[in-house]
Ligand binder design. Structure first.
Ligand code: GDP
Ligand code: GDP
Length: 462
Protein backbone atom coordinates (compact mmCIF):
# COMPACT_ATOMS: atom_id res chain seq x y z
CA UNK A 1 0.00 0.00 0.00
CA UNK A 2 1.36 3.35 -1.08
CA UNK A 3 0.00 6.83 -0.43
CA UNK A 4 -1.79 8.53 -3.30
CA UNK A 5 -0.85 12.02 -4.42
CA UNK A 6 -3.16 13.85 -6.82
CA UNK A 7 -1.95 16.41 -9.34
CA UNK A 8 -4.46 19.24 -9.60
CA UNK A 9 -4.58 22.28 -11.84
CA UNK A 10 -6.25 23.84 -14.82
CA UNK A 11 -5.41 22.60 -18.32
CA UNK A 12 -1.99 23.25 -19.82
CA UNK A 13 -0.08 24.10 -16.65
CA UNK A 14 2.12 21.03 -17.06
CA UNK A 15 0.38 18.38 -14.97
CA UNK A 16 1.10 15.60 -17.44
CA UNK A 17 4.69 16.65 -17.81
CA UNK A 18 5.09 16.49 -14.04
CA UNK A 19 3.28 13.16 -13.96
CA UNK A 20 5.68 11.76 -16.55
CA UNK A 21 8.65 13.04 -14.65
CA UNK A 22 7.55 11.46 -11.40
CA UNK A 23 6.61 8.19 -13.04
CA UNK A 24 9.83 8.26 -15.03
CA UNK A 25 8.25 6.88 -18.18
CA UNK A 26 6.57 8.47 -21.12
CA UNK A 27 3.21 7.15 -20.04
CA UNK A 28 1.03 10.16 -20.50
CA UNK A 29 0.50 11.94 -23.73
CA UNK A 30 1.76 15.49 -23.75
CA UNK A 31 0.48 17.73 -26.46
CA UNK A 32 1.03 21.36 -27.23
CA UNK A 33 -2.64 21.86 -27.95
CA UNK A 34 -4.20 23.05 -24.75
CA UNK A 35 -6.42 20.66 -22.90
CA UNK A 36 -6.10 17.62 -25.10
CA UNK A 37 -8.55 15.11 -23.76
CA UNK A 38 -6.96 12.40 -21.74
CA UNK A 39 -8.09 9.87 -19.26
CA UNK A 40 -7.30 10.19 -15.67
CA UNK A 41 -4.07 8.30 -15.16
CA UNK A 42 -2.46 6.62 -12.24
CA UNK A 43 1.17 5.62 -12.03
CA UNK A 44 3.78 4.47 -9.55
CA UNK A 45 5.92 7.44 -8.81
CA UNK A 46 9.21 7.90 -7.10
CA UNK A 47 11.01 11.03 -6.05
CA UNK A 48 14.36 10.13 -4.51
CA UNK A 49 13.36 7.76 -1.72
CA UNK A 50 9.66 8.69 -1.65
CA UNK A 51 7.39 6.16 -3.28
CA UNK A 52 3.76 6.92 -3.97
CA UNK A 53 0.91 6.51 -6.42
CA UNK A 54 0.36 9.57 -8.53
CA UNK A 55 -2.97 10.49 -10.09
CA UNK A 56 -3.20 13.04 -12.86
CA UNK A 57 -6.57 14.73 -13.09
CA UNK A 58 -6.21 16.03 -16.64
CA UNK A 59 -9.03 15.20 -19.00
CA UNK A 60 -11.07 18.24 -19.86
CA UNK A 61 -11.30 20.18 -23.03
CA UNK A 62 -10.87 23.87 -22.84
CA UNK A 63 -13.19 24.65 -25.71
CA UNK A 64 -16.22 23.85 -23.58
CA UNK A 65 -15.11 26.66 -21.36
CA UNK A 66 -18.51 27.31 -19.84
CA UNK A 67 -18.77 23.85 -18.32
CA UNK A 68 -15.08 23.50 -17.54
CA UNK A 69 -15.07 24.69 -13.92
CA UNK A 70 -17.94 22.39 -13.03
CA UNK A 71 -16.31 19.34 -14.53
CA UNK A 72 -12.94 20.25 -13.08
CA UNK A 73 -14.45 20.57 -9.69
CA UNK A 74 -15.92 17.08 -9.96
CA UNK A 75 -12.61 15.65 -11.13
CA UNK A 76 -10.68 17.44 -8.45
CA UNK A 77 -12.99 16.34 -5.70
CA UNK A 78 -12.90 12.76 -6.93
CA UNK A 79 -9.11 12.83 -7.00
CA UNK A 80 -8.91 14.18 -3.47
CA UNK A 81 -10.95 11.35 -1.96
CA UNK A 82 -8.50 9.13 -0.14
CA UNK A 83 -5.48 11.11 -1.30
CA UNK A 84 -2.63 11.59 1.14
CA UNK A 85 -1.95 14.96 -0.46
CA UNK A 86 -2.28 16.97 -3.63
CA UNK A 87 0.16 18.88 -5.79
CA UNK A 88 -1.59 21.99 -7.06
CA UNK A 89 0.17 23.19 -10.21
CA UNK A 90 0.00 26.68 -11.61
CA UNK A 91 1.78 28.08 -14.67
CA UNK A 92 4.42 30.56 -13.52
CA UNK A 93 4.75 32.08 -16.98
CA UNK A 94 1.07 32.86 -17.38
CA UNK A 95 0.57 33.85 -13.76
CA UNK A 96 -2.64 33.38 -11.78
CA UNK A 97 -5.85 33.03 -13.72
CA UNK A 98 -9.42 33.22 -12.33
CA UNK A 99 -9.66 29.45 -12.66
CA UNK A 100 -6.50 29.01 -10.55
CA UNK A 101 -8.08 31.28 -7.95
CA UNK A 102 -11.23 29.22 -7.99
CA UNK A 103 -9.41 25.90 -7.66
CA UNK A 104 -7.40 27.38 -4.79
CA UNK A 105 -10.69 28.28 -3.11
CA UNK A 106 -11.86 24.66 -3.31
CA UNK A 107 -8.53 23.42 -2.07
CA UNK A 108 -8.45 25.73 0.92
CA UNK A 109 -11.69 24.07 1.97
CA UNK A 110 -10.32 20.52 2.04
CA UNK A 111 -8.38 18.80 4.77
CA UNK A 112 -6.02 17.17 2.27
CA UNK A 113 -2.54 18.72 2.53
CA UNK A 114 -1.72 20.79 -0.56
CA UNK A 115 1.72 21.33 -2.05
CA UNK A 116 1.61 24.44 -4.20
CA UNK A 117 3.87 24.20 -7.22
CA UNK A 118 4.73 26.94 -9.72
CA UNK A 119 5.69 25.19 -12.93
CA UNK A 120 7.65 26.41 -15.96
CA UNK A 121 9.96 28.22 -13.56
CA UNK A 122 13.18 27.54 -15.45
CA UNK A 123 15.05 30.73 -16.18
CA UNK A 124 13.46 33.85 -14.81
CA UNK A 125 10.17 33.93 -16.70
CA UNK A 126 8.21 32.68 -13.71
CA UNK A 127 9.50 35.08 -11.07
CA UNK A 128 6.27 37.12 -11.11
CA UNK A 129 4.15 34.02 -11.07
CA UNK A 130 5.99 32.82 -7.96
CA UNK A 131 5.24 36.07 -6.16
CA UNK A 132 1.58 35.96 -7.19
CA UNK A 133 1.28 32.38 -5.99
CA UNK A 134 1.75 33.47 -2.40
CA UNK A 135 -1.67 35.18 -2.69
CA UNK A 136 -3.39 31.82 -2.94
CA UNK A 137 -3.01 31.22 0.78
CA UNK A 138 -1.75 27.67 0.26
CA UNK A 139 1.67 28.06 1.78
CA UNK A 140 5.02 28.66 0.21
CA UNK A 141 5.00 27.95 -3.52
CA UNK A 142 7.68 25.58 -4.80
CA UNK A 143 9.12 26.70 -8.12
CA UNK A 144 9.80 23.78 -10.44
CA UNK A 145 10.31 23.01 -14.06
CA UNK A 146 8.57 19.76 -14.82
CA UNK A 147 10.04 19.79 -18.28
CA UNK A 148 13.64 20.32 -17.20
CA UNK A 149 13.54 18.48 -13.90
CA UNK A 150 14.39 21.51 -11.82
CA UNK A 151 13.12 22.07 -8.31
CA UNK A 152 12.68 18.38 -7.57
CA UNK A 153 14.45 18.80 -4.24
CA UNK A 154 11.96 21.52 -3.30
CA UNK A 155 9.07 19.33 -4.34
CA UNK A 156 10.59 16.55 -2.27
CA UNK A 157 10.68 18.82 0.74
CA UNK A 158 7.00 19.58 0.28
CA UNK A 159 6.00 15.96 -0.23
CA UNK A 160 8.12 14.34 2.43
CA UNK A 161 6.16 15.47 5.51
CA UNK A 162 2.87 14.65 3.78
CA UNK A 163 3.98 11.15 2.92
CA UNK A 164 5.66 10.60 6.26
CA UNK A 165 2.44 11.53 8.01
CA UNK A 166 0.49 9.12 5.83
CA UNK A 167 2.97 6.31 6.54
CA UNK A 168 2.68 7.06 10.23
CA UNK A 169 -1.11 6.88 10.08
CA UNK A 170 -1.03 3.73 7.93
CA UNK A 171 1.56 1.47 9.51
CA UNK A 172 3.21 -0.83 7.02
CA UNK A 173 4.97 -4.10 7.28
CA UNK A 174 8.70 -3.55 6.92
CA UNK A 175 9.72 -3.63 3.30
CA UNK A 176 12.12 -6.46 3.77
CA UNK A 177 10.61 -9.29 5.75
CA UNK A 178 12.93 -11.67 7.33
CA UNK A 179 13.74 -13.81 10.24
CA UNK A 180 14.39 -17.10 8.55
CA UNK A 181 13.66 -15.92 5.04
CA UNK A 182 15.70 -12.80 5.52
CA UNK A 183 17.16 -12.22 2.11
CA UNK A 184 20.62 -10.81 2.46
CA UNK A 185 21.17 -11.01 -1.27
CA UNK A 186 18.27 -8.66 -2.06
CA UNK A 187 19.72 -6.05 0.22
CA UNK A 188 23.25 -6.45 -1.15
CA UNK A 189 21.96 -6.21 -4.71
CA UNK A 190 19.92 -3.04 -4.19
CA UNK A 191 21.41 0.31 -5.19
CA UNK A 192 23.41 1.83 -2.37
CA UNK A 193 22.33 5.39 -1.61
CA UNK A 194 25.54 7.02 -0.55
CA UNK A 195 26.09 10.64 0.41
CA UNK A 196 29.49 12.25 0.73
CA UNK A 197 29.36 15.22 3.05
CA UNK A 198 31.92 17.40 4.77
CA UNK A 199 33.11 20.91 5.23
CA UNK A 200 33.94 23.02 2.19
CA UNK A 201 37.34 22.07 0.74
CA UNK A 202 37.45 18.66 2.37
CA UNK A 203 37.73 17.34 -1.19
CA UNK A 204 34.20 16.08 -1.86
CA UNK A 205 34.11 17.09 -5.51
CA UNK A 206 37.58 15.77 -6.16
CA UNK A 207 36.69 12.47 -4.53
CA UNK A 208 33.48 12.10 -6.49
CA UNK A 209 35.31 12.84 -9.72
CA UNK A 210 37.92 10.28 -8.82
CA UNK A 211 35.23 7.67 -8.14
CA UNK A 212 33.36 8.42 -11.34
CA UNK A 213 36.53 8.62 -13.41
CA UNK A 214 37.35 5.06 -12.64
CA UNK A 215 33.90 3.75 -13.20
CA UNK A 216 31.30 3.60 -15.87
CA UNK A 217 28.56 6.18 -15.55
CA UNK A 218 25.33 4.30 -16.10
CA UNK A 219 22.80 7.10 -16.10
CA UNK A 220 23.31 10.23 -18.08
CA UNK A 221 21.90 13.58 -17.02
CA UNK A 222 18.72 13.00 -19.03
CA UNK A 223 17.34 9.65 -17.93
CA UNK A 224 14.98 8.85 -15.09
CA UNK A 225 14.56 10.71 -11.86
CA UNK A 226 18.32 10.59 -11.39
CA UNK A 227 18.70 13.25 -14.05
CA UNK A 228 18.44 15.71 -11.20
CA UNK A 229 21.91 17.00 -10.45
CA UNK A 230 21.38 15.90 -6.88
CA UNK A 231 22.52 12.36 -7.51
CA UNK A 232 24.73 10.39 -9.85
CA UNK A 233 24.30 6.74 -10.65
CA UNK A 234 27.43 4.73 -11.11
CA UNK A 235 28.75 1.23 -10.75
CA UNK A 236 31.48 0.18 -8.39
CA UNK A 237 33.37 -2.97 -9.19
CA UNK A 238 33.69 -5.11 -6.09
CA UNK A 239 36.80 -7.29 -6.29
CA UNK A 240 35.43 -9.50 -3.59
CA UNK A 241 31.62 -9.43 -3.71
CA UNK A 242 29.37 -11.30 -1.26
CA UNK A 243 28.21 -14.72 -2.38
CA UNK A 244 25.80 -14.65 -5.32
CA UNK A 245 26.04 -10.89 -5.68
CA UNK A 246 27.00 -9.26 -8.99
CA UNK A 247 30.47 -7.72 -8.59
CA UNK A 248 29.28 -4.64 -10.50
CA UNK A 249 27.44 -3.00 -7.68
CA UNK A 250 25.07 -0.10 -8.15
CA UNK A 251 25.63 3.07 -6.18
CA UNK A 252 23.69 6.29 -6.20
CA UNK A 253 26.09 9.01 -5.16
CA UNK A 254 24.40 11.98 -3.61
CA UNK A 255 26.41 14.94 -4.62
CA UNK A 256 26.30 17.91 -2.29
CA UNK A 257 28.44 19.95 -4.64
CA UNK A 258 25.61 19.82 -7.16
CA UNK A 259 23.19 20.96 -4.50
CA UNK A 260 25.31 23.90 -3.58
CA UNK A 261 25.21 25.14 -7.13
CA UNK A 262 21.43 24.80 -7.15
CA UNK A 263 20.72 26.60 -3.94
CA UNK A 264 19.84 30.17 -4.75
CA UNK A 265 20.49 31.37 -1.24
CA UNK A 266 23.14 34.03 -0.75
CA UNK A 267 23.94 32.58 2.60
CA UNK A 268 27.24 32.25 4.30
CA UNK A 269 29.13 29.36 2.79
CA UNK A 270 29.41 27.68 6.14
CA UNK A 271 25.69 27.60 6.85
CA UNK A 272 24.97 26.52 3.36
CA UNK A 273 27.32 23.58 3.60
CA UNK A 274 25.52 22.29 6.67
CA UNK A 275 22.16 22.69 4.96
CA UNK A 276 23.50 20.79 1.94
CA UNK A 277 24.78 18.05 4.17
CA UNK A 278 21.40 17.76 5.88
CA UNK A 279 19.64 17.36 2.60
CA UNK A 280 22.08 14.80 1.33
CA UNK A 281 21.71 12.87 4.57
CA UNK A 282 17.94 12.75 4.10
CA UNK A 283 18.39 10.91 0.82
CA UNK A 284 21.12 8.55 1.96
CA UNK A 285 21.35 5.13 3.52
CA UNK A 286 25.00 5.53 4.32
CA UNK A 287 26.84 8.81 4.80
CA UNK A 288 30.56 9.29 4.33
CA UNK A 289 31.78 12.22 6.39
CA UNK A 290 34.90 13.44 4.64
CA UNK A 291 37.56 15.06 6.83
CA UNK A 292 40.64 16.90 5.69
CA UNK A 293 43.84 15.30 7.04
CA UNK A 294 45.58 18.65 6.98
CA UNK A 295 42.88 20.23 9.15
CA UNK A 296 41.92 17.49 11.62
CA UNK A 297 38.56 17.23 13.30
CA UNK A 298 36.53 20.38 13.92
CA UNK A 299 33.33 21.10 15.78
CA UNK A 300 31.38 21.37 12.57
CA UNK A 301 32.40 17.82 11.64
CA UNK A 302 31.03 16.54 14.93
CA UNK A 303 27.80 18.43 14.30
CA UNK A 304 27.37 16.74 10.95
CA UNK A 305 28.25 13.34 12.45
CA UNK A 306 25.74 13.87 15.22
CA UNK A 307 23.06 14.78 12.72
CA UNK A 308 23.75 11.62 10.71
CA UNK A 309 23.31 9.47 13.81
CA UNK A 310 20.21 11.37 14.94
CA UNK A 311 18.68 10.75 11.53
CA UNK A 312 19.45 7.06 11.89
CA UNK A 313 21.79 6.77 8.94
CA UNK A 314 24.88 4.59 8.92
CA UNK A 315 28.05 6.66 9.14
CA UNK A 316 31.59 6.23 7.87
CA UNK A 317 34.44 8.63 8.44
CA UNK A 318 36.96 9.09 5.64
CA UNK A 319 40.07 11.18 6.15
CA UNK A 320 41.04 12.68 2.82
CA UNK A 321 44.33 14.11 1.51
CA UNK A 322 46.25 11.26 3.10
CA UNK A 323 48.87 11.79 0.37
CA UNK A 324 50.03 14.94 2.14
CA UNK A 325 49.33 13.86 5.72
CA UNK A 326 52.19 14.14 8.23
CA UNK A 327 52.81 11.72 11.11
CA UNK A 328 50.08 9.49 9.82
CA UNK A 329 49.99 7.10 12.79
CA UNK A 330 49.58 9.83 15.35
CA UNK A 331 47.14 11.71 13.15
CA UNK A 332 44.89 8.68 12.70
CA UNK A 333 44.86 7.85 16.40
CA UNK A 334 44.36 11.49 17.30
CA UNK A 335 41.25 11.77 15.14
CA UNK A 336 39.95 8.42 16.41
CA UNK A 337 40.36 9.62 20.00
CA UNK A 338 38.74 12.99 19.30
CA UNK A 339 35.77 11.31 17.64
CA UNK A 340 35.19 8.85 20.47
CA UNK A 341 35.52 11.60 23.01
CA UNK A 342 33.40 14.06 21.09
CA UNK A 343 30.39 11.77 20.71
CA UNK A 344 29.79 8.50 22.52
CA UNK A 345 27.81 7.11 19.58
CA UNK A 346 30.82 7.47 17.32
CA UNK A 347 32.74 4.72 19.10
CA UNK A 348 33.63 2.09 16.57
CA UNK A 349 32.47 4.05 13.52
CA UNK A 350 34.65 2.89 10.62
CA UNK A 351 37.44 5.31 9.83
CA UNK A 352 39.32 5.10 6.57
CA UNK A 353 42.29 7.06 5.24
CA UNK A 354 41.76 8.07 1.62
CA UNK A 355 43.26 10.25 -1.06
CA UNK A 356 41.09 11.63 -3.80
CA UNK A 357 44.35 12.41 -5.64
CA UNK A 358 45.88 8.93 -5.63
CA UNK A 359 42.73 6.85 -5.17
CA UNK A 360 44.13 5.30 -2.01
CA UNK A 361 41.50 3.84 0.28
CA UNK A 362 38.53 4.59 -1.97
CA UNK A 363 37.68 0.93 -2.62
CA UNK A 364 37.93 0.21 1.06
CA UNK A 365 35.62 3.15 1.73
CA UNK A 366 32.91 1.95 -0.66
CA UNK A 367 33.20 -1.60 0.67
CA UNK A 368 32.78 -0.27 4.20
CA UNK A 369 29.70 1.62 3.05
CA UNK A 370 28.11 -1.56 1.65
CA UNK A 371 28.95 -3.42 4.86
CA UNK A 372 27.47 -0.64 6.97
CA UNK A 373 24.25 -0.73 4.94
CA UNK A 374 24.02 -4.47 5.46
CA UNK A 375 24.30 -4.11 9.23
CA UNK A 376 21.88 -1.20 9.14
CA UNK A 377 19.33 -3.38 7.30
CA UNK A 378 19.71 -6.45 9.49
CA UNK A 379 16.95 -8.06 11.47
CA UNK A 380 17.82 -10.32 14.33
CA UNK A 381 15.51 -13.31 14.69
CA UNK A 382 13.41 -12.84 17.81
CA UNK A 383 14.53 -16.14 19.32
CA UNK A 384 18.20 -15.23 18.98
CA UNK A 385 17.52 -11.76 20.31
CA UNK A 386 15.85 -13.03 23.46
CA UNK A 387 18.49 -15.66 24.06
CA UNK A 388 21.01 -12.86 24.05
CA UNK A 389 18.75 -10.75 26.24
CA UNK A 390 18.46 -13.43 28.93
CA UNK A 391 22.21 -13.84 28.97
CA UNK A 392 22.75 -10.11 29.22
CA UNK A 393 20.44 -9.90 32.23
CA UNK A 394 22.12 -12.86 33.93
CA UNK A 395 25.54 -11.30 33.55
CA UNK A 396 24.34 -7.97 34.80
CA UNK A 397 20.86 -7.97 36.39
CA UNK A 398 18.78 -4.81 36.18
CA UNK A 399 18.92 -2.66 39.31
CA UNK A 400 16.27 -2.56 42.00
CA UNK A 401 15.59 1.09 42.82
CA UNK A 402 14.00 1.35 46.27
CA UNK A 403 14.44 -2.40 46.69
CA UNK A 404 11.91 -3.20 43.99
CA UNK A 405 13.24 -5.08 41.01
CA UNK A 406 12.58 -3.80 37.53
CA UNK A 407 11.27 -6.72 35.57
CA UNK A 408 12.40 -6.80 31.98
CA UNK A 409 10.37 -9.25 29.93
CA UNK A 410 11.45 -9.35 26.33
CA UNK A 411 12.90 -7.46 23.41
CA UNK A 412 11.72 -7.24 19.84
CA UNK A 413 13.23 -5.59 16.82
CA UNK A 414 10.50 -3.24 15.66
CA UNK A 415 12.30 -1.80 12.67
CA UNK A 416 15.30 -1.99 10.44
CA UNK A 417 17.14 0.86 8.69
CA UNK A 418 18.09 1.85 11.38
CA UNK A 419 17.73 -1.19 13.62
CA UNK A 420 15.26 -0.23 16.33
CA UNK A 421 14.42 -2.34 19.34
CA UNK A 422 11.63 -2.17 21.88
CA UNK A 423 12.15 -3.51 25.38
CA UNK A 424 9.06 -4.48 27.35
CA UNK A 425 8.97 -4.69 31.11
CA UNK A 426 7.38 -3.36 34.26
CA UNK A 427 8.52 -0.08 35.82
CA UNK A 428 10.80 0.50 32.85
CA UNK A 429 10.45 4.23 33.41
CA UNK A 430 12.73 3.77 36.41
CA UNK A 431 15.43 1.93 34.49
CA UNK A 432 18.63 3.98 34.72
CA UNK A 433 20.08 5.32 31.49
CA UNK A 434 23.31 3.43 32.24
CA UNK A 435 21.48 0.12 32.05
CA UNK A 436 19.79 1.08 28.79
CA UNK A 437 23.25 1.91 27.42
CA UNK A 438 24.55 -1.43 28.64
CA UNK A 439 21.85 -3.21 26.65
CA UNK A 440 22.32 -0.97 23.65
CA UNK A 441 26.07 -1.63 23.57
CA UNK A 442 25.39 -5.34 23.94
CA UNK A 443 23.06 -5.28 20.94
CA UNK A 444 25.65 -3.43 18.87
CA UNK A 445 28.62 -5.56 19.84
CA UNK A 446 27.22 -9.00 20.48
CA UNK A 447 24.59 -9.02 17.76
CA UNK A 448 27.00 -7.69 15.13
CA UNK A 449 25.56 -4.32 14.34
CA UNK A 450 29.02 -2.86 14.32
CA UNK A 451 28.88 0.89 14.41
CA UNK A 452 25.47 1.56 12.89
CA UNK A 453 23.13 3.62 15.04
CA UNK A 454 20.83 1.33 16.99
CA UNK A 455 17.76 2.53 18.85
CA UNK A 456 16.26 1.08 21.99
CA UNK A 457 13.02 2.29 23.50
CA UNK A 458 11.42 1.03 26.68
CA UNK A 459 7.78 0.21 27.01
CA UNK A 460 5.52 -1.11 29.71
CA UNK A 461 3.08 -3.74 28.42
CA UNK A 462 -0.48 -2.47 28.08
P1 GDP B 1 -1.53 19.65 -18.53
O1 GDP B 1 -2.62 19.99 -19.46
O2 GDP B 1 -1.62 20.42 -17.26
O3 GDP B 1 -1.35 18.19 -18.28
O4 GDP B 1 -0.17 20.19 -19.22
P2 GDP B 1 0.93 19.43 -20.10
O5 GDP B 1 1.81 18.59 -19.23
O6 GDP B 1 0.25 18.77 -21.26
O7 GDP B 1 1.81 20.66 -20.57
C1 GDP B 1 1.27 21.72 -21.30
C2 GDP B 1 2.36 22.43 -22.07
O8 GDP B 1 3.29 23.05 -21.17
C3 GDP B 1 3.18 21.48 -22.94
O9 GDP B 1 3.48 22.14 -24.14
C4 GDP B 1 4.45 21.26 -22.13
O10 GDP B 1 5.55 20.96 -22.96
C5 GDP B 1 4.61 22.61 -21.45
N1 GDP B 1 5.36 22.49 -20.18
C6 GDP B 1 5.19 21.60 -19.19
N2 GDP B 1 6.09 21.78 -18.21
C7 GDP B 1 6.86 22.84 -18.58
C8 GDP B 1 7.98 23.51 -17.97
O11 GDP B 1 8.48 23.17 -16.91
N3 GDP B 1 8.49 24.58 -18.65
C9 GDP B 1 7.97 24.97 -19.85
N4 GDP B 1 8.53 26.03 -20.43
N5 GDP B 1 6.95 24.34 -20.45
C10 GDP B 1 6.39 23.30 -19.83
P1 GDP C 1 34.93 20.31 -1.71
O1 GDP C 1 34.66 21.74 -1.38
O2 GDP C 1 34.77 19.45 -0.49
O3 GDP C 1 34.17 19.79 -2.88
O4 GDP C 1 36.49 20.23 -2.05
P2 GDP C 1 37.25 20.15 -3.45
O5 GDP C 1 37.06 18.85 -4.07
O6 GDP C 1 36.92 21.36 -4.23
O7 GDP C 1 38.77 20.20 -2.97
C1 GDP C 1 39.29 21.28 -2.20
C2 GDP C 1 40.80 21.35 -2.40
O8 GDP C 1 41.44 20.20 -1.86
C3 GDP C 1 41.20 21.40 -3.85
O9 GDP C 1 42.30 22.32 -3.97
C4 GDP C 1 41.66 20.00 -4.16
O10 GDP C 1 42.62 19.96 -5.19
C5 GDP C 1 42.26 19.56 -2.85
N1 GDP C 1 42.18 18.10 -2.67
C6 GDP C 1 41.07 17.34 -2.81
N2 GDP C 1 41.38 16.04 -2.59
C7 GDP C 1 42.70 16.00 -2.30
C8 GDP C 1 43.61 14.92 -1.98
O11 GDP C 1 43.29 13.73 -1.92
N3 GDP C 1 44.91 15.27 -1.72
C9 GDP C 1 45.33 16.56 -1.77
N4 GDP C 1 46.60 16.80 -1.51
N5 GDP C 1 44.51 17.59 -2.07
C10 GDP C 1 43.20 17.31 -2.34
Amino acid sequence: MLPTIAIIGRPNVGKSTLFNRLVGKKLALVDDRPGVTRDRREGSAQLFDLKFTIVDTAGYEEDHIETLPGRMRQQTEAALVGAAGAIFVIDGRVGLTPLDQEIARWLRGTTVPIILVVNKAEGKAADNGIMEAYELGLGEPKPISAEHGEGMAELYEGLMPVIDKWVEDNPQEPEITMDDEYNVRDIEAATLQLAIVGRPNAGKSTLINRLLGENRLITGPEAGITRDSISIDWVWHDENPPEDVDPDRKVKLIDTAGMRKKAKVNDKLERLSVADARRAIDFAEVVVLLLDATKGLEVQDLKIADHVIQEGRALIIAINKWDVAQNTGALFNGIRGALDEGLAQLKGVPMIAVSAFTGKGTDQMIKAAFDARMAWSRRVPTALLNRWFEGAQERNPPPAPGGKRIKLRYVTQARIRPPSFVLFGTRVDQLPESYRRYLLNGIRKELDFGAVPVRLTLRAPK
